[in-house]
Design a protein around this ligand. Structure first.
Ligand code: FE2
Length: 199
């Protein structure tokens, strides 16, 4: 059966029954923001399944609900595979921290070439779908509420630190936002008036 946002939300709430759990609040923020952007792009004529984009947003950090944050990418991917999710749903776990399909394009803490070998094998051969790009952008616009990318980058870097790839990753993030802005023909922030309350 094809996963949908409601069935996935039920699964997430089984894994993490506490609605205040920070990772669950973040996941829901990302999924809902991604659905808002997907809906707006669909209005512009782009072919998108809005509930699928919301579902991918809900799944992207499932690894944070089942184990340590440092291992959430591989854990999340393996968990969804074990649960029988189709490959394209599992893949969101692998791609979501990388604004470009390059293992070096990550804000902080690059992947481990041994324990996270899968990322090195998978990413360079994978062409991002528009749905994946939307979720990646929303991960960079959401903590528990939608905020500007600038504020979210400061949030991530102040907790996890920088590395030699941080500058290139920031440039890739800005490029990704510009790509979505161009598709919308307006600033993606215009879809989220609540950003003004989170400055
Ligand atoms: Fe996330």
């Amino acid at each position: 059966m094809t996963p949908n946002s409601q069935s996935v939300l039920r699964l997430l709430r089984q894994i993490s029954p506490d609605p205040e759990f920070s990772s669950l609040r973040h996941i829901i923020c990302v999924g809902d923001a991604a659905a808002t952007i997907a809906g707006a792009l669909k209005e512009k004529g782009f072919e998108l399944d809005v509930d699928k984009v919301r579902t991918l947003g809900y799944l992207h950090d499932v690894g944070r609900l089942i184990g340590p944050g440092s291992e959430h990418i591989i854990n999340g991917y393996n968990y969804l595979k074990e649960q029988g999710f189709p490959e394209e749903y599992c893949n969101i776990c692998l791609v979501h921290s990388y604004p470009e399909n390059d293992p070096a394009c990550i804000l902080s803490t690059p992947p481990d070439p041994v324990s996270e070998r899968l990322i090195f094998d998978f990413l360079p051969r994978h062409a991002y779908t528009l749905s994946e790009k939307i979720v990646i952008l929303c991960d960079l616009m959401c903590k528990y509420k939608v905020m500007t990318i600038d504020k979210r980058i400061v949030d991530v870097l102040s907790r996890h630190g920088t590395w030699e790839g941080t500058q290139n990753c920031i440039l890739a993030i800005l490029k990704l936002k510009a790509e979505i802005d161009d598709m919308l023909e307006y600033n993606v922030y215009d879809l989220f008036p609540e950003i003004a309350e989170n400055l």
